[in-house]
Each structure stands twice: as structure tokens, then as C-alpha cells.
Design a protein around this ligand. Structure first.
Ligand SMILES: [Zn+2]
Length: 377
């Protein structure tokens, strides 16, 4: 059988056949919007689609053009993503400038815009102009997990492709094939992933993520008896947890700094580079921090969710944190359904506050005090 790049995109059968047919017929549109939950495979699909458009075998996955695309160094396939919280107009201008040039070696230039909902209004307006008058051999693929935040004018220009989470059985199967895991681990990661393959893989691959989850659960047990000082300690611990994963990012930023500083042509140019980079790096750190805090809160939410379902319906099948069944059952039998529901709401509320840029430490403190109030009532 001929090899195909699509074999490595798991699930999403309908989308795959649709995109394959587009390539077969050569009738692609100039702008697509790939929407769906984060980690579900949108970016991967966008890379594969761009590779297939440029492959003389329509997506073999092994020719030099495909290999470059898969390694992220095909000169005609570019991705941009937010630097910090936003995609700014300069980033769009840069690709628009590039777009005027013919493809370097492929047939079609593909611009993948990750997290496109973070386009600033200015950037979105600039992009809109390109979507209205696209050059013939160019496509834009916008990726969004919250497409409703995109301006309607942009959405209406795009062909929308909706990605959905994939069945848990399929996730288990993939984990079993790709990683050396016990069946307990496979079951746990499958449930935690909630149908998002990227999440399952992150849980397997990222050191410390499983420990973090257990640590968070341990701290829940402490809350009912905690005094003020202990609650503040917990908040501090959670706060510091969000800063632990920065090593990789800092390393990458260091490399980037060394590289770009080496390109400086004068001392004023050098200080310009430093100023720009410092702002960029600060934005990246803030974004990473938000992501980590979101993760911690999501684990907390899952705990209360499980406890709620256990208390409400004794539905153990529905438990996600399957390895903590006993703890969850203990917890849910010690508190009323109403209290557990309140805890769930408190964490939701904290998540919203953090998203709206609340101070993390303060948000955690408020959260722990409120949880304590509920759990010791
Ligand atoms: Zn190929």
C-alpha cells in the first residue's frame, strides 16, 4: 500500500476523507477555519494538509517535501502563534509581505495561524484584507478553540472544519500502541484526557504532571482543618507550582537572545534588540503562567466533579480520576452534595477570575478561604 501522511492523524475520519478529496480534486479554498477543543489535532491536521498540498504524491509523508513539512522547516509552510497573549499586527504584516513572493519550492504557500482568536482587532482587520483578495497559490488555515471570539467578518470568509473529541476507546488504543504503560495508567490517562489525544499525550510525556495532580488532591483533604496560616501556605504552594515549568522556556529564550544579539550591527541596534526581546519574553512567560494556573485549577475541578458525581449517583463509571477512587468516595461521603457543588463553583469562579487577569496568589488565597468556609460549615 502507498504510504499516506494521514495515517498519523488519529481519529477524525470524516475530516480526513474530506481533506483528502480536496487534495485529489485540487479544489481547495483559500481560507479555512479549523475549530475544536485544544489538543484535539487541529494543528497537526493543518500541517498534514499543507504538506499534502505541496507533495507531488498528494501527501505521501515520506518525500523530501513532506519530511520538511513534518519537521517544521518547509519554506512555504509557515505557522504563527501569539507572542504572549496576542497575535499582533506586525506578525500579520510580516506574512502578508511574504505572501507577495512566489512559493520557494512548493506549489502552494500555507500560512497556519494558531490560536487565531488571539488576533488583536487591528491584526484581524489586516488579515481580513488578505482573506478578501487571496493570491491564487496561497491558503490560510486559522486554528481556534474558541472560534466564537473571532470577528464574524473573518469567520464568514473561511470554510469551517469542526474537530470533535475522539472516542475514549481509540485514545486507549493509541496510548497502548505508542507507550509502554500499565493498563491502570492507560485507563487513567484515557479518562483524564476526556477525548483529547493531545491531553493524554501530555500527561504521559510531561514530567511531574501526574505528581501535581496527586499533590493537589492531597491538599484538598487538608482544607477542612486548616487554620489561616495553613490556608495561606496552600495558596503560596499552588502559586509556586505555576512557576515550576519555566526551565525549558527560559532556556529557549536564552538561546534566542544569544542568537539575535549576535546579529546586532551597532550598540544602539543591540539595545533595541534587547528591549524588543525583553517585552516578547515577558509576554511568553505570562502566557505560560496562565496556562499552568489553568491546569492546576482544572485538576481541582475534576476532583470536585468526580466527588459530585459519586455523591449524586454513586456513578463510579463516571469517575475520571480512577486511581483516586477511594479518596474521592471518602470525600464525597463526608460532605453534603450541596457543599461539593459549592466547591466546584468556587473553583469555576477562580478560573474565571484568573482568565480575567486576577493576581494569581490573591485568587488562590480567596479560593482556599472560600473552600474552607464551605467545607467546615
Ligand atoms: Zn510527499
Amino acid at each position: 500500500m502507498k504510504s499516506s501522511i494521514w495515517e498519523n492523524l488519529y481519529g477524525h475520519e470524516e475530516i480526513k476523507s474530506f481533506l483528502k478529496e480536496v487534495i485529489e480534486k485540487g479544489n481547495f479554498s483559500h481560507s479555512y477555519l479549523f475549530s475544536g477543543p485544544q489538543g484535539v489535532g487541529k494543528h497537526t491536521a493543518a500541517i498534514f494538509f499543507s504538506a499534502a498540498l505541496n507533495c507531488q504524491f498528494k501527501g505521501c509523508g515520506v518525500c523530501p517535501s513532506c519530511v520538511k513539512a513534518l519537521n517544521g522547516n518547509h519554506p512555504d509552510i509557515l505557522s504563527i502563534k501569539p507572542e504572549g497573549n496576542f497575535i499582533i499586527i506586525d506578525q500579520i504584516r510580516e506574512i502578508q509581505h511574504e505572501a507577495l513572493l512566489k512559493p520557494f519550492e512548493g506549489k502552494i504557500k500555507a500560512y497556519i495561524i494558531d490560536e487565531s482568536e488571539s488576533l488583536t482587532l487591528q491584526a484581524a482587520n489586516a488579515l481580513l484584507k488578505s482573506l478578501e483578495e487571496p493570491p491564487p497559490n496561497l491558503i490560510y488555515i486559522l486554528i481556534a478553540s474558541q472560534p466564537e471570539s473571532l470577528p464574524e467578518t473573518i469567520i464568514s470568509r473561511c470554510q469551517i472544519i469542526k474537530f470533535k473529541s475522539i472516542p475514549q476507546a481509540q485514545i486507549s488504543q493509541i496510548l497502548r500502541r505508542k507507550y509502554n504503560l500499565s493498563s491502570g495508567e492507560i485507563e487513567l490517562y484515557t479518562r483524564l484526557s476526556q477525548g483529547i489525544l493531545g491531553k493524554a499525550i501530555e500527561l504521559v510525556q510531561r514530567d511531574g504532571l501526574s505528581d501535581l495532580r496527586r499533590k493537589i488532591f492531597r491538599s484538598i483533604k487538608v482544607i477542612p482543618q486548616a487554620d489561616t496560616l495553613k490556608l495561606l501556605d496552600l495558596a503560596e504552594e499552588f502559586y509556586l507550582e505555576g512557576k515550576k515549568f519555566f526551565r525549558e522556556l527560559k532556556e529557549r529564550q536564552g538561546e534566542e537572545k544569544t542568537f539575535l544579539e549576535g546579529l546586532a550591527i551597532s550598540s544602539s541596534h543591540l539595545s533595541h534588540i534587547r528591549r524588543v526581546l525583553e517585552r516578547k519574553h515577558q509576554r511568553e512567560i505570562s502566557k505560560e503562567e496562565h496556562k499552568r494556573v489553568g491546569e492546576v485549577l482544572s485538576f481541582l475541578l475534576l476532583f470536585f466533579r468526580d466527588a459530585f458525581l459519586t455523591a449524586e449517583s454513586d456513578g463510579e463509571d463516571l469517575i475520571i480520576n480512577i486511581d483516586q477512587k477511594r479518596e474521592i468516595r471518602d470525600f464525597s461521603s463526608s460532605f453534603s452534595l450541596d457543599s461539593i457543588k459549592k466547591c466546584w463553583e468556587i473553583v469555576e469562579e477562580t478560573k474565571r477570575a484568573v482568565r480575567a487577569n486576577a493576581n494569581f496568589r490573591l485568587a488562590y488565597e480567596v479560593m482556599f478561604f472560600k473552600l474552607k468556609e464551605v467545607l467546615s460549615a
